[in-house]
Every structure is written in structure tokens, then in C-alpha cells.
Write a protein that binds this ligand. Structure first.
Ligand code: HXC
Length: 299
């Protein structure tokens, strides 16, 4: 990310202590960089300790400050509790970014129960487990916490071929609206961002394997391009930093109006595929999953 394009004053986020789930890679890493650059201490979790340490070191070398990587699979509530205990030993969190996710394109009739759960356990259950764990501590200690969840525009209109993700993210949209009300009096606020296309490695390999698919390619976006990371980071800082504290219970799209123009879904690009093409895409995605798993085993 080009940090010179951050809109905010240096030191804006001093004193903030933020956990970014899935912060070692992709969008999570970009938001971590912005928070760090503006003075926050950032904890990042993911499934690969080596990747987290590498990211933490790179960001601290570039900007100073403190980033701590803690390996944690957010499908495991006990592992989450141990991670949050470790963070709280240094001090309470003041912010949480629910960014970790899993997704792949598939015809719904081709999904197994395990395939559904692989996504729902991360996005739907895991996000709740982390939010619940942090929220209970904040209430007990009369602290404060700002929660931001990374969703998609499908929370408004659903999306064919990514049904477990669309269902799970819709549920987190509902969590955002519900807890904004229920926990507002406990000094917590809840907002969400629905990004359009911000290409990352994990996303491209599973949502447009081999360049096929994609939900909002540059040509059909009204602005003729995908999003730039600093644009997403600026919105995340606006929602997470001090100064806009009355914004609560909102989900804000950042997609160049792709949602208004095309619905932001996979229907138009994938509806015509036949069995053989789906088989090919599935093989590519499963190849990526297997390679990632091997990497996690060594990390
Ligand atoms: C059908 C598939 C499949 C596919 C996996 N499965 N890929 N089924 N088509 N393409 C099935 C497997 O066969 C298995 O079911 C089950 O899913 C679990 O597979 P594993 O490989 O063991 O899963 P696991 O290692 O737990 O990995 C989870 C994952 C993986 C979600 C499948 O993709 C992952 O770790 N992703 C993290 C990164 C990521 O997805 N990033 C993109 C996020 S993009 P069976 O029945 O065979 O046991 C995003 C939204 C972007 O979130 C929005 C853009 C606008």
C-alpha cells in the first residue's frame, strides 16, 4: 500500500490496541499497516505463525511501533480464548477487526456438508466466537471497543455460486446491527465494510481460479477499475479511529458503485459454465487449498 495516500494525521491511533483477524495477509495486512502507521499497537492472528511473524517484522521494519502475531484458528473457541488471554495480559483491546474469512466458488449442488462448514465455521461461527469473547471482557471491565467486520455487498442481495459465504456474511451483517444496539451502552460500536474487488492472492485463487470467474471485473465496474488498498484502509481508519464515534450499526460499501451497476455477484460470469468447466475450477481451487495446507503444516 502507498501509505502516503493515508488521509489521516500521524498519531491519530496512538493508544489504540487492535486485533485484526487474518491480519497476516491480504486486506487484513493492509489495514494492519494503516493502523500501525498511525500509531496503534496491532495484534494479528491467522493459521500460520511463520507468516504472521514475517508480516509483523516487515511492518515494524517499515514503520516502527508494535505488531504481534499470534497463531490461532478462529474455528476453535478455546484457541481464541487462549489468544485473547495472551493479548489481555498486555492490556485490553480497544478495537477488533473481523477480517478472517474463507471462500471458494462452487455450484451449491456440488458442495458437501464439510464444504459448507469449512466456510461457515470461519466466517459465521468464528467471527461470533471472537466478537463474543472480546465483548464479554469489555463489558466486565467497563472498557471500550470498536468492532469492524469485513463483509461483501452480497449481504444485501445474496450471491449465486458462493452461497455459504453469502449466508455467513449476511449473518455477520445482522450481528453488526444487533450488537450496535445491544452493546452500545457498554461503550462498544459495530460497523462493517462491504468491499468490492480489491484483488488479493487468497481471493483470486478461490474466486477467479486461472482468471475465470470474478465478481466485478474492471471492465464492468462503473469506474473501470478495482479498488486500491489505501482506499479501503482510509475507510477502515475512519471507522476504527477516534472522531466518528457516533457512526454505529452501519455497513458501508466501497466498490465504485459496482453493486448498483451489476449487483456485484458471480451470476453473469459463471452461469454458463458446464460440468467439465466446474470440474476444472474445482481442481484448481483444491490445488490451492492443498498447497496452503502443506504450508501451514511446515509453519
Ligand atoms: C467444492 C470444496 C472446494 C471446491 C474445498 N472444498 N474446495 N468443495 N468445491 N472448490 C471442500 C473439500 O472437499 C472439503 O469437503 C471441505 O471443503 C474442506 O476442505 P479443506 O481443503 O480441508 O478445507 P480447509 O483446509 O479447512 O480450508 C478452508 C477453505 C480454504 C475455506 C476451504 O479455502 C481456506 O483456508 N481459505 C482461506 C483463505 C480464503 O479463502 N480467502 C478468500 C476469502 S475471499 P469434503 O466433503 O471433501 O471433506 C472472501 C470474500 C471476498 O471471503 C469477497 C469479494 C467481493
Amino acid at each position: 500500500m502507498d501509505v502516503s495516500k493515508l488521509m489521516f494525521r500521524p498519531g491519530l491511533m496512538e493508544g489504540e490496541r487492535i486485533l485484526v483477524t487474518g491480519g497476516g495477509t491480504g486486506l487484513g495486512r493492509e489495514m494492519t499497516e494503516a493502523f500501525l502507521k498511525l500509531g496503534a499497537t496491532v495484534y494479528i492472528c491467522g493459521r500460520r505463525q511463520n507468516k504472521l511473524e514475517e508480516t509483523a517484522q516487515e511492518l515494524m521494519d517499515a514503520h516502527g511501533g508494535k505488531v504481534v502475531g499470534i497463531a490461532c484458528d478462529i474455528r476453535d473457541a478455546d484457541a481464541i480464548n487462549a489468544m485473547i488471554d495472551q493479548i489481555w495480559a498486555d492490556g485490553p483491546l480497544t478495537g477488533l477487526v473481523n477480517n478472517a474469512a474463507g471462500n471458494f466458488i462452487s455450484r451449491t449442488e456440488d458442495l458437501s456438508v464439510n464444504g459448507f462448514n469449512a466456510i461457515a465455521d470461519i466466517v459465521f461461527r468464528g467471527t461470533f466466537y471472537v466478537t463474543h469473547n472480546v465483548g464479554k471482557r469489555v463489558i466486565a471491565e467497563k472498557g471500550r471497543c470498536n468492532v469492524l467486520s469485513i463483509l461483501t455487498t452480497w449481504v444485501w442481495n445474496g450471491s449465486a455460486f458462493v452461497v455459504p459465504s453469502a449466508m455467513s456474511k449476511s449473518a455477520i451483517n445482522t450481528m453488526t446491527q444487533s450488537l450496535a444496539v445491544e452493546w452500545g451502552r457498554h461503550n462498544m460500536r459495530f460497523n462493517a465494510i462491504a468491499p468490492g474487488l480489491f484483488p488479493t492472492k487468497g481471493m483470486s485463487a478461490r474466486l477467479s481460479p486461472g482468471g475465470r470467474g470474478g465478481n466485478s471485473n474492471n471492465e464492468i465496474n462503473p469506474m473501470g477499475r478495482h479498488g486500491e488498498m489505501h482506499e479501503l484502509a482510509n475507510l477502515a481508519v475512519f471507522l476504527m479511529g477516534p472522531g466518528a464515534d457516533y457512526v454505529n450499526g452501519q455497513t458501508i460499501a466501497i466498490d465504485g458503485a459496482g453493486y448498483q451497476a451489476t449487483g456485484g455477484t458471480f451470476w453473469s460470469t459463471l452461469q454458463g459454465l458446464g460440468d467439465a468447466e466446474w470440474e476444472q475450477l474445482r481442481a484448481m481451487i483444491k490445488g490451492t487449498n492443498a498447497a496452503d495446507k502443506a504450508d501451514r503444516a511446515t509453519g
